[in-house]
Design a binder for this molecule. Sequence first.
Ligand SMILES: NC(=O)c1ccc[n+]([C@@H]2O[C@H](COP(=O)([O-])OP(=O)(O)OC[C@H]3O[C@@H](n4cnc5c(N)ncnc54)[C@H](O)[C@@H]3O)[C@@H](O)[C@H]2O)c1
Length: 308
Amino acid sequence: MKNNVGVILVIGGAGFIGSHTVDLLLQEGYQVRVLDNFSTGRRENLPLGAPRLEVVAGSLEDSGRLDLAFTDVSAVLHLAAQVSVQRSVEDPVRSSERNVVGFVRVLEAARKHGARVVYASSAAVYGDPETLPVCEEGPIRPISPYGLEKYSNEIYAELYSRMYGLSQLGLRYFNVYGPRQDPHSPYSGVISRFIEQLRLGLPLTVRGDGLQERDFIHVYDVARANAVALTKAVDGVVNVASGQRCTIRQLAEMLLALASRGDDIQWVPSLPGDIRHSQADISRMRQTLVNPIISLNEGLLAKCKERE
Ligand SMILES: NC(=O)c1ccc[n+]([C@@H]2O[C@H](COP(=O)([O-])OP(=O)(O)OC[C@H]3O[C@@H](n4cnc5c(N)ncnc54)[C@H](O)[C@@H]3O)[C@@H](O)[C@H]2O)c1
């Protein structure tokens, strides 16, 4: 075990962000346990059989399983969620059961076991900001149930810190991309969807006018931020992003250029709850966690090669 730190539990560790974080934590010498129900995550994402990795198959709604997974845990990274904005609009009751009640279950288990909690919040808490870039103190105005659920996670975590002295940090991830992001899911990130369309020789489908802006961060940089967050005494909330913004249209054009394809865009209607502008102020992330090191161009190039 590294520096006598206890086990690090990653809930949702078989998913996109979770599995990259597990890889990094293992490389850094930590003892890692994954709790995952494999609803969207995959066993193939994990280095099964690696020394210092334990996998507990189960859902966090199963209190016995959750309690077992917390044995000897010093810090938990909680990533499991209903991750789709669109689904939260269609079925807000089910979405809040998974994203709010599920989160309280994790807080309770962490309190009982004396573990630090690092959890996935989201840029969705900001809604459609009037000024960019957004900093952590900026106005919180979610425009979807998903965004509100993530914000309620932050308020709950803060309450637990006041009531019980729980050590906790919420990471407001912006748009994360990179290997292992499922391109087949209708809810997957725009980059993996575009790359899959390129691979199949299809036009890139751009929603609305394509002038929506996003702040894309590579999953490797997110994993680095997660790893530091688990073992450093930083509390509250931190934006996790690149600090750069790019329109969806520019993104499509960059990818078409990288693939030496002409102007092959198909315009489709926008989605409810879709955010218009997004760009993070990452001063706090730089000061307390890490500096992002992978540029969008480098990340896209690597992603295109991966799909060849
Ligand atoms: N990917 C992004 O761009 C992004 C942006 C902002 C926030 N987030 C948040 O980051 C977190 C991780 O996102 P991701 O993209 O890696 O998603 P993902 O779907 O790849 O990973 C989620 C993992 O949690 C597991 N899981 C889901 N419900 C579970 C349950 N009840 N019990 C046990 N395991 C369960 C899934 O099987 C999966 O392995 C989520 O909370 C998401 O809301 C992601």
